[in-house]
Write a protein that binds this ligand. Structure first.
Ligand SMILES: Nc1ncnc2c1ncn2[C@@H]1O[C@H](COP(=O)(O)OP(=O)(O)OP(=O)(O)O)[C@@H](O)[C@H]1O
Ligand SMILES: Nc1ncnc2c1ncn2[C@@H]1O[C@H](COP(=O)(O)OP(=O)(O)OP(=O)(O)O)[C@@H](O)[C@H]1O
Ligand SMILES: [Mg+2]
Ligand SMILES: [Mg+2]
Lengths: 257, 257
């Protein structure tokens, strides 16, 4: 039975999608069977893997949330053999409001994604920059949460709210949910702020912060415009190397727990 | 009667808060009477002006959305004489779900902020990275929308969805609403991607893109940890100069329209 991992942080632009797409691709390169689920109405993870956000009505994660879940209809192949995708589409923008009046509104993704986990080693979920019902559905479907973090003041400020939400979900809706790890993204060691934030996070979240950090690397922001993960766009870049290192450390931590 | 301007873009981390805080401060330095309203549950604009997000129950923008609006109770002074703030607080996180079942749920901010506009030259609204009910309330209260844009592929991808939402709101809920301008943020001229995105945006949104651009400048990301806008933290920095230039261009465009 594979594990379901939500990639979440309500602070915007901290590297959630870049981490979800490139960790998924790097794990697939290591011959793990991976499913990436795009729960963000922006559909960035979908287009980052060459599946631009579908029009309303195309099979997507929306069908799992608000319709008749049929995994075979919504799962798509990608350029990588062991990596599949459940894309987002235009319907997702209205899903949060539609879900409010549904009974068990936080549980709509759990059953279909746990069924999917039987066919994969890992299911990764990319979430929008909010703590609304779409992200709550991802947290309730997940075994653990991977938190990308930008080493900046506003991003640090948001960490307490995220930790509180994960604890609340872990105490009620999804017992045992916890932070699997924190990944420092867009790291620029020349900046003092990065040093200050990094040491604060490492002391506050002892043992949870990945040793691997992801440097700021322009090739990472170029790759999505070609619909490719970094290891297919520029395998020799610092960005590609850091996500391959991250995948290796991720697997090591999984084997230990 | 002052004008109400929403600072919006559902893509995360593109510089909405940094632009709202520093444009507001720069206009106040030019002796315009400015009110900044923080409608983002993260409360970054509030802490960026030295008012860390209040606990639940403290007077805040939540009272305007879901309670008895009393402007005098929620408006706070800041370090700058002509700049006031309506802060966010912890209650805002639940506001979106509470608003769903309210009649005229998109109109809760309009009356109080239009009343506030009688006392100020400009009311600026910082919004969260989403197109949910909080952002819709800001769009329905506003005369125009200022769109900060990061010159990256994912940010460009989101622009069409934002433009469509503004047009829909402009056709129904708030007739005449339009994009006031697009501000290119975190510009790093050495990167090819920046050049490509910049020329694509300038040709697609003819006449709406500000001539002033905001360079990537680490002092801008340090200032919030001191609760100060850039012109009080480091007036000699490139970041401070670019926001003073932006304020000057903003006023010129306002006088023309
Ligand atoms: N390590 C990096 N180096 C350089 N650019 C990066 C890096 N990581 C991400 N980016 C770029 O920064 C921007 C923000 O990253 P990304 O979109 O992955 O963040 P996000 O948290 O998913 O954003 P959102 O909150 O909108 O979902 C994107 O344009 C992306 O290409
Ligand atoms: N021009 C700039 N140069 C350097 N850093 C910047 C610049 N503008 C913003 N930043 C930093 O980048 C990060 C993202 O900016 P900001 O928080 O203003 O974006 P946002 O769009 O408000 O994010 P969110 O979507 O979470 O509300 C912040 O840590 C901020 O300090
Ligand atoms: Mg994303
Ligand atoms: Mg913000």
């Amino acid at each position: 039975m594979g594990r379901v991992i939500a990639v979440a942080n309500q602070k915007g632009g901290v590297g959630k999608t870049t981490t979800a797409v490139n960790l998924a691709a790097s794990l697939a390169a290591a011959e793990k069977r991976i499913l990436l689920v795009d729960v963000d109405p922006q559909g960035n993870a979908s287009s980052g893997l060459g599946h631009p956000r579908g029009e309303t009505g195309a099979p997507s994660v929306y069908d799992l949330l608000c319709g008749e879940p049929n995994l075979d209809e919504v799962i798509r192949k990608t350029d990588l053999p062991h990596l599949d995708l459940i894309p987002a589409n235009g319907d997702l923008a209205g899903a949060e409001i539609e879900l409010v009046s549904v009974a068990e509104r936080e549980w709509q993704l759990r059953a279909p994604l746990r069924a999917a986990a039987a066919r994969y080693d890992y299911v990764l979920i990319d979430t929008p920059p909010s703590l609304g019902l779409l992200t709550l559905n991802a947290l309730c479907a997940a075994d653990a949460v991977l938190v990308p973090l930008q080493c900046e003041y506003y991003a640090l400020e948001g960490l307490t709210a995220l930790q509180r939400t994960i604890r609340l979900v872990g105490e009620s809706l999804n017992p045992g949910l916890d932070i699997e790890g924190i990944v420092l993204c867009m790291v620029d060691p020349r900046q003092n702020l990065t040093e200050q934030v990094t040491s604060e996070v490492r002391s506050h979240f002892e043992g949870k912060v990945y040793t691997t950090t992801v440097p700021r690397n322009v090739r990472l922001s170029e790759a999505p415009s070609f619909g490719k993960p970094i290891l297919l766009y520029d395998i020799s870049s610092k960005g590609a190397k850091s996500y391959l290192d991250l995948a290796r450390e991720f697997l090591m931590r999984q084997e230990k727990s």
